[in-house]
Design a protein around this ligand. Structure first.
Ligand code: ZN
Length: 498
């Protein structure tokens, strides 16, 4: 059986290499590709995706798996990594073999064109430029769901791709508790004196913001020799290789916190990717990939908010950022700064939302996706439905689609079912955070001295390094001793904000 596993690993590594080559093309499309290069780029991506898919459905894998599974039943020397790898490979092989190659290739091509169209539509504030592409991505995602499991609701099938085992009903149940907690806290905060954050809206040049970003990447432990920072319409992290995990950010001239918190957020994703290593024998395989998007978001949102918006973190780093900013922060002390970056206010942009209202932005998207996937919401009606949901949950009027339904990249990539990961990520983060506080003595003081080493080591050992060794729920249980418990997040927010 060891031989079969070794052969599976070898085939898997070739698939991973192709995926990473595709990531280079995708990263380039978002960062440096000239406008007219998009047509051939979409064909290049389609070809690479097709080749990676061919590798993933190689009939040899089916044969090797069958014999490894049979041998595993009686094997006594099977390691946890080997056992997990066989199960994971089975799950992924069964999934991939349900998708026809032509479909995978066409999907990659359309997703690439759709992302380019979204980017233009967003700059032009013109939903009609994006609408036909969105139509295609919705149709193709329904097709994808039908290929994978025609007996289930399409949205359930898609949610399961991002968070294994989740359904619309299970997420709705968690969100209804979360929503109640958030709204109650918002009401409490509404009675507090207003927070002045005008100085955060003073102009700070892109050059200075880039300098701040690089400083903060170092501060949180991102190894700039294993990645790089660039700018894009929507910040993201992408793994181009084991030692090449890149992040992007965006510079908003009149609101520099947008870039600094995006940079810290993406650094959180990158640290996870850089530290995955369940076992040297499984490097470059599926076992050495992140377990789920919610666990991924738990790492980025923990670094961005639990650490990056804490008083302790800025105790150490504020003087440097204050000096770089110059005039706008000259008369602002660290307490005013920390208050301002934690201002709770209903706002239009998800990525700039505070920790309390953030979950409501996710619920807006979750409810719309559900309607889109069930067929009750047509593309032409999305802008209006978006605005109505924002009014309902956040009480705001949306002045235009750029600040409304065109703000996020996800639907253009066809990532329907991704959004809940952000809110689940907050819940996971709070649960990890509680346990970490118990297990690392004086964590807050360490953070205030700029010593993040113990925290990084704890995350590496308990979460990052594990890769896909456990399912998300198993990981949570192993690390925290209990299943998902939304009350940890409510406790964290209440302690911080009231
Ligand atoms: Zn993220």
């Amino acid at each position: 059986m060891k031989q079969e596993i070794a052969k599976l690993v070898e085939l898997d590594r070739q698939r991973t290499l192709l995926t990473h080559i595709g990531a280079v093309l995708g990263w380039d499309q978002e960062t440096y590709l000239p406008e007219k290069g998009i047509e051939e780029r979409s064909e290049q991506l389609s070809l690479i995706e097709g080749l990676a898919h061919e590798k993933a459905v190689d009939p040899q894998i089916g044969e090797l798996l069958a014999s490894a599974e049979a041998a595993a039943e009686t094997a006594e020397d099977l390691s946890p990594e080997e056992a997990a790898y066989i199960k994971l490979t089975r799950r992924e092989f069964d999934k991939e073999t349900k998708l026809p190659s032509e479909f995978v290739m066409e999907y990659a091509k359309q997703a690439s064109l759709s992302q380019a169209a979204w980017s233009q539509a967003k700059s032009a504030n013109d939903f009609s430029l994006f609408a036909p592409h969105l139509e295609t991505m919705i149709r193709m995602n329904k097709e994808r769901a039908a290929y994978l499991d025609s007996g289930r609701k399409p949205y359930d099938v898609l949610l399961d791709l991002y968070e294994y085992g989740s359904t619309e009903a299970s997420i709705a149940a968690v969100f209804s508790v979360m929503k109640k907690d958030l709204v109650a806290l918002l009401d409490k905060i509404a009675g507090q004196p207003p927070v002045d954050d005008a100085f955060l809206h003073a102009p700070v040049s892109a050059e200075i913001q880039a300098k701040m970003s690089r400083y903060l990447m170092d501060a949180v432990g991102y190894d700039q020799k294993r990645g790089r920072l660039d700018t894009t319409a929507h910040p993201f992290t992408t793994t181009l290789g084991r030692d090449d995990v890149r992040i992007t950010t965006r510079y908003v001239e009149n609101y520099f916190p947008s870039s600094i918190f995006s940079t810290i957020h993406e650094s959180g994703h990158a640290l996870y990717e850089m530290n995955i290593d369940p076992h040297p024998d499984f490097r470059g395989t599926r076992l050495a990939e992140a377990v789920s998007m919610a666990v991924h978001e738990s790492q980025s949102r923990m670094l961005e908010n639990f650490v990056g918006r804490s008083r302790a973190f800025w105790e150490k780093h504020y003087p440097a950022i204050q000096a770089m900013a110059g005039e706008p922060l000259a008369d602002v002390d660290v307490d005013r700064f920390v208050k301002a970056i934690n201002k709770v206010e209903r706002s239009l942009i998800r990525t700039e939302a505070d920790e309390v209202t953030y979950g409501l932005h996710v619920i807006v998207r979750f409810e719309l996706e559900s309607a889109i996937m069930s067929g009750s919401l047509a593309v032409k009606d999305i802008p209006q439905a978006w605005n109505a949901k924002i009014k309902e949950l956040l009480g705001l009027d949306v002045p235009n689609d750029r600040l409304g339904c065109l703000q996020d990249v996800h639907w253009s990539m066809g990532a329907f079912g991704y959004f809940p990961s952000y809110a689940l990520g907050n819940l996971y983060a709070a649960q990890f955070w509680e346990v970490m506080q118990e297990q690392i003595p004086n964590l807050e003081q360490k953070i205030s001295r700029g010593e993040l080493g113990d925290m990084q080591q704890w995350l590496k050992v308990n979460v990052h390094s594990k890769g896909s060794l456990y399912l998300p729920g198993e990981l949570l249980q192993k690390v925290t001793g209990k299943p998902l418990d939304p009350s940890c997040f409510a406790r964290y927010l209440n302690k911080k904000f009231s």
